[in-house]
Design a binder for this molecule. Structure first.
Ligand SMILES: *[C@@H]1O[C@H](CO)[C@@H](O)[C@H](O)[C@H]1NC(C)=O
Ligand SMILES: *[C@@H]1O[C@H](CO)[C@@H](O)[C@H](O)[C@H]1NC(C)=O
Ligand SMILES: *[C@@H]1O[C@H](CO)[C@@H](O)[C@H](O)[C@H]1NC(C)=O
Ligand SMILES: *[C@@H]1O[C@H](CO)[C@@H](O)[C@H](O)[C@H]1NC(C)=O
Length: 396
């Protein structure tokens, strides 16, 4: 049952009670309407809910609720306001012609609605997080309950305010502990939560990095369970993105050789290779933005570069695109070594020619997509040559 729709309905009911005296009177004569149900069984919540479930006409609550207030809590406060600001005496006056409700009866109705509201009250996100965290911290809960608690946290950490609360509530420690769980799915969801919570959030990135999880996540990337490897790599990418400290730790943990192993492994899941290419591009872009004067470690060595370039021989056009994007980012690195490596060790000139031919062959099959790839390839080619011209003094 959608609580926000329910709140809207309760509000409408309340306003209906407060102002539409004529309708109220008719209502009392006709128990088939919604108001009649509330009048008749104000104390019985389940009847009320069943009635709402049975009738689709009330989904307007959801629509209005979303558009007007964007959430349950303000609807609720509107209702509270309506309850608080109506005077039973005045209501009685208004209603007296057509109905015979006493002020006592009316204030009883108010109390009943208020009670109902209390029962239906949605816990806050912080409260929900506390419950999930307490469950995770309880060694006696079942595996299913543990997974459920993690699934809840996964959704709850999405808003940045909730992610910021996670550490305060003791959530990071318990989630990190689950990375050691013997059940692969539990570990997978835990890594996913850490990635989601740290995405574009330097505070949480640093809190998680301080817990020393990078080593653990890197082991998980080697898991034979592909989902686990994927989520672990996702978490690593989110943790170190735009984060100097994270990138240094990543380098110290041999993160670049981990990426190189993924990129050069012909039997590995291709999704993992795509994620690895995106990370290479992201790390290179970050260093390019920082430009000169920073002391970040280089983005990998010539083995990594070679693996990126070699992947362009793939038949998977999406993988090819990501490889080209990674090469483009590597070409933009401020120092000249990457350029020299790409030219001399990776043979980029010949590779780009080969891709051109490959894409021409694919034009019939792929149409526009092949053309898009060709313009990306050309862009890489131009970047490469411009850069070479700028540094033409480089020894060959
Ligand atoms: C009760 O409501 C129904 C549907 O709105 C209506 O057709 C009927 O006439 C009403 N009965 C009374 C007694 O008002
Ligand atoms: C831990 O979980 C068990 C089983 O669900 C429950 O009986 C117990 O009350 C919980 N302990 C705490 C401290 O919540
Ligand atoms: C987890 O439980 C331990 C005791 O078993 C307690 O000291 C700790 O504060 C709890 N952590 C959280 C986040 O509830
Ligand atoms: C390549 O990946 C497969 C599948 O994940 C793995 O079993 C194998 O050990 C990897 N090979 C190397 C050399 O890392």
């Amino acid at each position: 049952m959608d609580k926000s729709a329910l709140a809207t309905i309760l509000l409408l009911l309340w306003l209906y009670l407060a102002t539409e005296t004529k309708a109220v009177a008719e209502d009392r004569a006709n128990k088939s309407s919604l108001g009649g149900i509330l009048w008749a069984s104000g104390k019985d919540e389940s009847d009320f809910l069943a009635a709402l479930d049975a009738d689709d006409d009330y989904d307007m609550g959801e629509k209005d609720g979303g558009e007007l207030t964007g959430g349950f809590s303000s609807l609720e406060s509107m209702l509270q306001w309506a309850i608080g600001h109506s005077d039973p005496e005045k209501l009685k006056e208004k209603a007296s012609d057509v109905q015979r409700l006493s002020a006592t009866e009316l204030s009883k109705r108010q109390a009943e609605i208020q009670e109902l509201m209390e029962k239906l009250k949605m816990p806050s996100d912080a409260e929900l997080m506390k419950i999930a965290i307490a469950d995770l911290n309880n060694t006696s809960i079942s595996l299913e309950e543990r997974q459920r608690a993690l699934n809840e946290l996964l959704i709850l950490v999405e808003p940045i305010d909730n992610a910021n609360d996670l550490d305060k509530l003791g959530g990071l420690v318990v989630v990190v502990r689950e990375l050691e769980n013997s059940e692969p799915d539990i570990r997978t969801t835990s890594a996913w939560i850490l990635g989601k919570a740290s995405q574009n959030n330097e505070l949480v990135q640093n809190q998680i990095l301080e817990l020393g999880v990078l080593t653990r996540l890197m082991k998980m990337v080697k898991s034979s369970y592909v989902e686990e490897a994927l989520k672990a790599l996702y978490a690593i990418s989110a943790l170190i993105r735009n984060n100097d400290n994270g990138q240094e730790l990543f380098n110290l943990e041999n993160g670049y050789s981990m990426l190189q192993e993924i990129l050069s492994n012909i039997t590995i899941d291709i999704r993992l290779q795509k994620k690895a290419l995106l990370l290479v591009a992201d790390l290179a872009d970050y260093q390019q933005e920082l430009a000169y004067g920073t002391k970040l470690s280089p983005v990998g060595d010539h083995h990594l570069f070679k693996s990126v370039v070699d992947l362009t021989s793939t038949n998977d056009i999406d993988l090819l695109e990501k490889a080209l994007l990674a090469i483009k980012s590597l070409l933009r690195l401020p120092s000249i070594e990457p350029l020299v490596v790409l030219r001399d060790i990776c043979g980029l000139e010949d590779v780009l020619e080969r891709i051109k031919v490959q894409l021409e062959d694919l034009t019939n099959e792929l149409g526009d997509y092949a053309q898009e790839m060709e313009s990306l390839r050309r862009e890489v080619h131009i970047t490469f040559h411009r850069k070479l011209e700028k540094v033409s003094w480089v020894p060959t």
